[in-house]
Design a binder for this molecule. Sequence first.
Ligand SMILES: Nc1ncnc2c1ncn2[C@@H]1O[C@H](COP(=O)(O)OP(=O)(O)OP(=O)(O)O)[C@@H](O)[C@H]1O
Ligand SMILES: [Mg+2]
Length: 723
Amino acid sequence: MDVSYLIDGLNDFQRAAVSAPEQNMLVLAGAGSGKTRVLTHRIAWLMQVEKIPTYGILAVTFTNKAAKEMRGRITDICPFQIGGMWIGTFHGIAHRLLRLHYQEANLPEQFQIIDSDDQQKMVKRIIKSLNLDEKYYPAKDMQWYINDKKDEGLRAKHIDAGYSLQDKQRLQVYQAYEEACQLAGLVDFAELLLRAHELLLNNAALLHHYQDRFKHVLVDEFQDTNKLQYAWLNLLTDRDNYLTIVGDDDQSIYGWRGADVENIQRFLKEKTNPVTIRLEQNYRSTGHILNASNKLIQNNSDRLGKELWTSGEDGEPIAIYSAFNDYDETRYVTSQIQAWEREGNKLCDCAILYRSNAQSRLFEEQFMANQLPYHIYGGQRFFDRLEIKDSIAYLRLMNNHQDDAAFERIVNKPKRKIGNTTLDKIRLCAREQGYTMWQASVFLIEEKQLSAGARSSLSGFIELVSRFKSETSELPLFQMVDHIINHSGLKAMFEAEKGEKSRSRIENLQELVSATKGFVIPEEEQEMDELTAFLAYAALESGDNQADEFEDAVQLMTMHSAKGLEFSQVFMVGVEEGMFPGQRSTEDETRLAEERRLCYVGMTRAMQKLTICHAESRRLYGQEKFHSASRFIAELPEKDIHFVRKQAQVKRMQPASIKAPVFNGESQDVQGFKLGQQVKHVKFGEGTIIAQEGSGENSRLQVHFSDVGSKWLMTAYARLEAI
Ligand SMILES: Nc1ncnc2c1ncn2[C@@H]1O[C@H](COP(=O)(O)OP(=O)(O)OP(=O)(O)O)[C@@H](O)[C@H]1O
Ligand SMILES: [Mg+2]
């Protein structure tokens, strides 16, 4: 078979990696050097040249989207079906293993995955049930504590209780939480991995089976694996099989979540004869973008060290836009995107990257006003909407009566007169008897330990859920969901609420029916029944695969979620001291280095055009904040950047000298005033209009006065005079 097409278009180093003999291998290289491409071609090569069957390959990626793309790319370059290949995220793969081997993993067959929100609620209930004060043990902190320990591979029983009361009680919460989850058959995200690791660690036969099966395990974005993930990979490839890792230490951006870049060194030390291949040619970005990102990252110490070059053109210098404020920043970006579209480019080739999700709001408003289609990644997932979580909780409880998280969520939803007194009794009974909420309810009903009213309401609920199970057991999934939505009272409850919000909730319920109708069990997950596979999908799906992804729309996302992606034109916004790097990161070298890596990730997403924006003032949490440009901007070489409005920079240093700012963005008239206009106020003196909000009677203007600084004024009452 002629496989030269798999290496033809590659450079020598890429080719060496793709066609290497079977071995443990590290591909260490900077952004845009073709790591992901090499990984895909390597998989195709292994199958065609080394004759590794599809089921002999396990590929791990960072997101579901990346997994889907990788499957697509391999399909494109392979002449045969690759259905049996395992490609997924750590969570997805761990989940499959646990489903397949739930008994060995000591889980009930119907175990369910809980998300972070459910987890927090569970932790909260545990803290309460242990009579601990949430002031000293905030549920969120305890949740972090638990997940952190799990990421390190530690169960409560492995941890030394220590001497302080606080340590002891935290451990007590962890232990009680573990017990509650075990009883209810619930598995949180960190638990998926921990169990999957223990599953292999404690079952030699199973471990050998998978070691024999997966001849090659290949991992993309390896720099962001945590200790436990590495331990699992290491264990799985500890026989006559091989681990290939692909990564870039300069792009390690999840340290705060336990990712450990030391894993690269561990790999080199612990695996047999690891071979390192470095790729140094960048194919993604223009010369200016590449050079500036290289220079930026050189400000970090402790790097493995890489230099990237490109044979491509220098392109345009990076544009630095100094906005007056956040509105100005938004308007500028919008006008640039409109111009880009007018030049015949596609909107989906254009991305706006920010440090935190909250920054998307102004862009959304501006895009809506300008009728620019946009897609936000990492916004609220469809499956996280309240009404969808409610419906899914019914499905879960029907599927597994012991699911306490689902029970708590819907026992009184819609209201069926099961109040807190009854619930507290159930919780107490559950704790004392070691029961789940369901078991405790049945017990209390049978033992007649509740008031007649409470008993009848509670047995009504228990019967309802049991009935659902028998009524729907023969139905296809979408009819099952339809039945539940209509007969649980959920739909009627939202209908009774009236208003825009409830209308959209009802539409979403309909959408859920459609989603289940269109749901196909992935080819490689055929062992699961439809309901189980769907519930897993709802829990693990990233929310970024929604239909409008295919629409031509501007892409908005955090720099974290942009990892691995590329766009012709990129805007990085809010690049200010206090925002990026964030306030807390400026006080800590390690955090600052991680922020710089994030900046490197952001910049290297751009192929042709990169614009970095910062705003001199910004409304945050209802307050006006003044920020200077980020130190990261100052770290870029002069020759690779171009200030779009240098004047604003000068002005920032000497605020008193503001006279006639040049305004480049679009501006609309607000009651006769325009952005950038000079005005006079009776009390504050002379100033410049730097922002506007709202329209007509309710409009407000922000004016920067030479003497007193910036003030927001109601246009209608400020009695401003144009000068
Ligand atoms: N040999 C090559 N010839 C032409 N284009 C290439 C070559 N290798 C990679 N590319 C292209 O360069 C771009 C970057 O490749 P890829 O996404 O694989 O890089 P990466 O190293 O995984 O980047 P990141 O670190 O951001 O994940 C892609 O558009 C890819 O198709
Ligand atoms: Mg990549």
